[in-house]
Write a protein that binds this ligand. Structure first.
Ligand code: GLC
Length: 465
């Protein structure tokens, strides 16, 4: 049939490495303002949020058509001319779209193994997960009855694990993770969102609602219908509904009644994340690809990629384990959770480069996790490269020092504020540490020799009151 189908994937594979290095996606979603946080009225939601705040570390998987050539998730099919939406090959837009939609015929994750995903993430010390059931391109990783643009209608449809969303959620439930369902409200494949009668110049609907109220109504019904399928029981019970694409609001798709039904039925306490839409359905906020400047004492989560991209790309430049832990320490001290973005390969596995890095993260957390999990914030949360967290009852404080990644481990670390009293221990090995406090209130802690270079150092002490 057409040339592009054959020629383009090869081209993209060659160029995607460069893409990964230069074009880091900007803030698609700015964080909502702090003063706009609205505490939920439903106590079941408050309780679930409190439990979620204990978990601190989760994974966000992006998997879809874009995983096949290894390109930016969905966005290349959107005609906005910005640097992080790269589209190689100089194809006319219509041809490009045609090629992109046709990736449905090549997505065939024959090695799909959600238990491997769950094993890797459990060993990494993660405690919750979010999976893309549908991204902006509209391709469904679940067996929707409302479109055939779905994984259960392509080459993978005869596989017994074809309904991959269900398989992924179940695999993580077996490991007692909190389960989050990512769903994009915008759907660029749905003709009631991007209608084929008009061009599609932006991420928004491409028609006027007041001229085509029935198109808009069809889109609303379609979207609510799909959420109904996901929340209807076939996919089990969810803890988090993570709604992306803030240029469409929850109100546009009747989110209030969807949540009311879900919370009153199968999903009591469901945490709603209508991200970047301020108000009662944004139960936690989601700063993206960055960490807020200061501590925030309401529920929030930074979503940050392990490489530069959300989905799998070839030759991705991954962050080091020490960098991931440094982010986790800072985020924890500021009161948030870290949702780390990982892209499974087009074959359906977590690649060895990711496994290796996350193993090191997990090894550190097995020894030092007490300074992170189930902690709460403490008012003096930072001094230089040292971050402070508190046990829930406030009886212990933890200092997590982030050394330079190069060179040897430090011999001493110092901070001021947060005065210790009595015994101080290095969490790794529960070793007693010597320290002194000088007349200016500067605490100097002597560290044992031979600590691994570049890795964070976690210390426990009783604060002086
Ligand atoms: C942004 C991007 C989206 C990605 C999400 C993950 O909103 O638009 O592609 O899925 O970030 O946080």
């Amino acid at each position: 049939m057409n040339l592009y189908r054959v020629a383009l994937p090869a081209l993209l594979l060659l160029s995607a490495g460069a893409n990964a290095q230069n074009a880091v996606q900007g803030f698609v979603h700015e964080q909502s303002e702090a003063n706009s946080y609205v505490w939920p009225a439903d106590t079941a939601v408050l309780n679930r949020l409190d439990k979620w705040q204990d978990l601190k570390f989760g994974v966000l998987f992006h998997f879809g058509l874009y995983s096949v050539p290894g390109i930016v998730e969905s966005w290349s099919v959107c005609s906005e001319d910005v640097d992080w939406i790269t589209r190689k090959g100089n194809l006319p837009y219509d041809k490009y779209k045609e090629w992109y939609w046709s990736l449905k015929d090549s997505l065939n994750p024959t090695e799909f193994n959600p238990d491997q995903w769950a094993d890797v993430m459990e060993k990494a010390g993660m405690k919750y997960m979010v999976f893309t059931t549908k991204h902006h391109d509209g391709f469904c990783n679940f067996d929707t009855r409302l479109t055939d643009f779905k994984i259960t209608d392509g080459p993978f449809s005869s596989n017994k694990k074809a309904n991959i969303s269900k398989e992924v959620f179940d695999a993580f439930r077996r490991k007692n993770f909190m389960i989050g369902c990512y769903f994009s409200k915008p759907d660029w494949h749905c003709k009631w969102f991007w209608n084929p009668e008009y061009a599609t110049p932006t991420r928004n609907i491409n028609y006027k609602k007041n001229r085509h109220p029935e198109w808009w109504k069809n889109y609303q019904d379609f979207t609510a219908g799909q959420l109904g399928e996901l929340l209807g029981g076939d996919y089990g019970r969810f803890d988090i509904l993570w709604l992306d694409g803030g240029w469409i609001k929850g109100d546009d798709i009747g989110l209030d009644s969807i949540l009311l039904a879900a919370r009153g039925g199968l999903h009591p306490g469901l945490i709603a994340v209508d991200r970047s839409i301020r108000g009662k359905n944004e139960n936690y906020q989601t700063p993206e690809r960055g960490i807020p400047e200061t501590q925030l004492n309401y529920p929030w989560e930074s979503c940050i990629t392990l490489s530069n991209d959300w989905g799998w790309v070839p030759d991705a430049p991954f962050k080091s384990p020490a960098k991931v832990l440094a982010m986790l320490a800072e985020i924890t001290a500021k009161g948030g959770c870290l949702l780390l973005g990982v892209g499974p390969t087009p074959q359906g596995l977590i690649q060895p480069e990711v496994v290796e890095r996350l193993e090191v993260v997990g090894e550190w957390l097995r020894k030092n996790g007490e300074a992170v999990y189930s902690t709460r914030t403490t008012p003096l949360y930072n001094d230089g490269s040292t971050w402070f967290t508190a046990s829930k009852d406030g009886s212990s404080l933890y200092a997590i020092h982030i050394p330079a990644e190069e060179g040897r481990a430090p011999e001493t670390i110092t901070w001021s504020g947060n005065m210790p009293k009595g015994r101080m221990t290095l969490l790794d090995g529960n070793r007693k540490l010597g320290y002194k406090v000088d007349s200016n209130g500067v605490v100097s802690v002597k560290l044992p020799a031979g600590l691994p270079a570049g890795m964070p150092i976690a210390i426990k002490f009783t604060p002086e009151r």
